[in-house]
Design a protein around this ligand. Structure first.
Ligand code: HDL
Ligand code: ZN
Length: 430
């Protein structure tokens, strides 16, 4: 049994100078900083979708993550809060979470990081100077500036064809562009058929309350019509923690007979975002959703039944993350992505990303921003780079300790794969 002293010196691939262990973390930070990422799930909108796009300080400060935190630190009731104008809501949140208390939560610190990125005061008593700054910004220029600050080249949207405001914008010619990729979001069709089958019928699709008769074929036609109109890079749906597949339900039939076959026909992925306990506190509105551990056998059965489909999967429960890695090892058509929503905090992002690297190498998509307000991408991606620098550096140091040299080219390739080419390949963007 030869000892390590007789082994050939470690060979790096691709060829290039081997890095010293103490240089690794800086090289990782450099590559994370200079490679523009693809933000593959957001709630941002291209300017062509008009007022749907949220941006500026009052939207940043009234983000639903912050509204949830406000009600814990203020005596205001949700009813009183919802009756206030947006600027008064923002003033109350700023005073409560940023002045009377240090903004140490992830979402409050994010607003501080955004203000700092624009050179605006971060500890002031009010939002006057920030409001003046944003009021002077021209949206298209501002988007380019924000994307540069965030280090992203493009954002993937969430587009709802049955939304009463968004649907007509697409029907009258709105389109995505090279910075904003569309996604066909199907929550109203798959989760709320009872409330929305009539909307489809009113648009000329012969569907009924039970999704019987030619309903399935007509949903296929609806999907084909919107694929042509929207050119989505994937279809998506958020699903409850109780999601089962197969399931004797309208959702189960629509998934099996319409949505998954349509994705295969159009050669685009289906994104399954599982684990939401919807409206556990309705008084908080958008902030009222909770989380529950899902039964991933549903995901297993979808991957087994549809080996030619590509699935993106993001689970909301921390307790589902390790088993998601196991399933990704079993099914090459399953792509884990992101540290979603309640998981997008450094302590959890570190744990999730380490176990993914240990079990999947670089064959996953580490993060998406889920940004709802344009400027959020600045702090969400700053935090991702800050959290993942030591995580990735640790993986390379372990590799070097175990006998393989690491080069800058390795690091560049791997980070490009994690934050660009894995998604580009999955969505056939290249
Ligand atoms: O369903 C989703 O896409 C979620 O991301 C929800 O929009 C959620 O409210 C959210 O904003 N999470 O960050
Ligand atoms: Zn989202």
């Amino acid at each position: 049994m030869s000892t390590s002293s007789h082994l050939e010196p470690p060979v790096a691939f691709p060829p290039g100078p081997s890095l010293e262990p103490e240089a690794i973390e800086n090289r990782v930070a450099e590559e994370l900083a200079r490679i523009p990422f693809i933000d593959m799930h957001t709630h941002l909108f291209s300017p062509a979708l008009g007022e749907l796009g949220l941006w500026g300080i009052d939207e940043l400060v009234t983000y639903h993550y912050l509204e949830a935190e406000l009600f814990r630190s203020s005596s205001v009731t949700p009813e009183e809060y919802w009756a206030m104008p947006k600027r008064s809501q923002a003033d109350l949140i700023w005073r409560t979470l940023f002045v009377e208390n240090a903004p140490v939560s992830e979402a409050t610190r994010g607003v501080v990081a955004v203000l700092r990125a624009f050179g605006l005061p971060t500890g002031g008593p009010n939002l006057n100077e920030a409001r003046e700054y944003f009021a002077g910004r021209k949206l298209e220029d501002h988007i380019d500036h924000v994307f540069r600050l965030a280090g992203i080249s493009e954002a993937v949207m969430t587009n709802d064809p049955l939304d009463p405001v968004e649907g007509p914008l697409w029907e009258s010619g709105a389109r995505g562009n090279r910075k904003f990729h569309p996604v066909l979001r199907l929550d109203r069709v798959l989760n709320k058929w009872t409330d929305h089958w009539r909307v489809l019928a009113a648009k000329g699709y012969s569907v009924d309350a039970e999704a019987s008769g030619e309903s399935i074929a007509e949903v296929r036609r609806f999907l084909a019509d919107w694929r042509l109109r929207m050119q989505p890079v994937y279809m998506a749906v958020s699903l409850p923690d109780t999601f089962q597949y197969p399931e004797e339900s309208i959702r189960g039939r629509l998934l099996k007979e319409a949505v998954v076959p349509a994705c295969r026909e159009f050669d685009i992925p289906l994104s399954l975002m599982i684990g939401v306990r919807y409206q556990v506190n309705p008084a908080l509105r958008l902030a009222g959703d909770g989380v529950g551990k899902a039964d991933l056998r549903a995901l297993e059965r979808l991957c087994v039944e549809f080996p030619s489909n590509r699935f993106l999967a993001s689970l909301l429960s921390r307790e589902n993350q390790h088993e998601l890695c196991v399933y990704a090892r079993k099914f090459r058509n399953l792509m884990p992505f992101g540290c979603w929503w309640f998981l997008n905090n450094p302590s959890v992002v570190e744990e999730i990303t380490r176990e993914r690297l240990e079990m999947l190498g670089t064959s996953f998509i580490p993060q998406h921003s889920d940004a709802r307000v344009l400027e959020q991408v600045i702090y969400k991606w700053k935090n991702t780079r800050r959290t993942l620098t030591p995580v990735l550096a640790n993986s390379y140091r372990l590799l070097m300790e175990d006998g393989r040299a690491v080069t800058q080219a390795d690091i560049h390739h791997d980070i490009t794969r994690l934050f660009r080419t894995n998604f580009e390949a999955w969505a056939r963007l290249k």
